[in-house]
Design a protein around this ligand. Structure first.
Ligand SMILES: C[S@@+](CC[C@H](N)C(=O)[O-])C[C@H]1O[C@@H](n2cnc3c(N)ncnc32)[C@H](O)[C@@H]1O
Length: 278
């Protein structure tokens, strides 16, 4: 069970009105649950209890998700000594995003992560057959592709991200949908052992260039081209079209390298580029 500032405010409001029950979401707006209110205490469906003072923390912090555990609240975040990175689930108006050391892994300003995901998928629709999702993250692209595809293979090199995804109600399908296989691996290395012409389409949604330059390299693009079937399509996220740094034309550089790797029909698409193997 997870709450954010929105649900904490709803509970306090219901208590203020003297209501004996409140209906709020405990899974980041996927479903609604009933919470009993007795003597300034909130009783959750599994009998865990929170009091008014415990809700002050989420009310003040609208960029965190809070797990209800042992009748107390714990922020859904972790620091890894191994990667020296900080991982945090951040609520939005629909599905949450994950922040890795302060950098959000989905578009959240101009649109919600779900709208962003749907546009990425639409850029290479119709999706069918066997799909490679290079960078799993919270798995939204993999889950969305699985609605149309026969099978989706999704790679994630960071076990901490997988751990956060396990707590995210919007990522559940990653772990229970038989059409999705998670490979805890570095896609840059793993792709070299994939068979040629294996995938009908590829979704390449890497972190920004400065965090994963190898995933923007000609070597890697040659591998993407090799594992894609003839007539197969690629969607490659490159980031904001109106980049602040005008000296760097990332979309242009990526398009050039994709062409060198053999891709054709290279076009601008939602926050990125689409290309095909012809
Ligand atoms: C922008 S996020 C992907 C978002 C994802 N498509 C979704 O729908 O939630 C990028 C992810 O790629 C992972 N990553 C970075 N380098 C990688 C690599 N070489 N192999 C596999 N995953 C990698 C990061 O840990 C991060 O979780």
């Amino acid at each position: 069970m997870i709450i954010t500032s929105a649900q904490a405010l709803q509970l306090l409001e219901a208590n203020k009105k003297g209501l004996k029950e409140a209906e709020i979401s405990l899974d980041l707006n996927k479903t609604i649950s009933k919470i009993k209110i007795q003597n300034d205490e909130f009783i959750f469906p599994d009998n865990q209890k929170l009091d008014k003072s415990q809700l002050k923390k989420p009310v003040k912090d609208d960029t965190s998700c809070f797990l209800i555990m042992d009748s107390s609240l714990a922020k859904l975040q972790l620091f890894s000594d191994e990667t020296n990175k900080f991982y945090k689930l951040v609520p939005t108006k629909d599905a949450p995003t994950i922040e890795i050391s302060g950098i959000r892994m989905h578009v959240t300003k101009e649109m919600s992560p779900m709208e962003d995901t749907n546009k990425k998928i639409a850029a290479i629709s119709p999706i069918k057959g066997f799909i490679l999702d290079t960078c799993m993250g919270l798995g939204y692209t993999a889950i969305a592709a699985s609605k149309y595809a026969d099978f989706v293979m999704t790679c994630e090199r960071d076990g901490n991200v997988i751990e956060v995804a396990k707590h995210n109600p919007w990522s559940i399908e990653l772990f229970n949908n038989k059409k999705i296989s998670i490979m805890k691996t570095d896609v840059f290395d793993e792709i070299k052992i994939f068979k040629s012409s294996m995938f009908d389409a590829i979704i390449h949604d890497p972190p920004r260039l400065s965090l994963a330059s190898e995933l923007y390299s000609l070597d890697f693009y040659r591998q993407l081209f090799r594992v894609l079937k003839n007539k197969g399509k690629l969607y490659h996220y490159t980031g904001s079209p109106g980049s602040k740094n005008r000296k760097v034309n990332l979309a242009g550089d990526v398009s050039k390298r994709l062409g060198q790797a053999g891709f054709r029909n290279i076009q601008k698409a939602h926050y990125g580029i689409t290309a095909a193997k012809q």
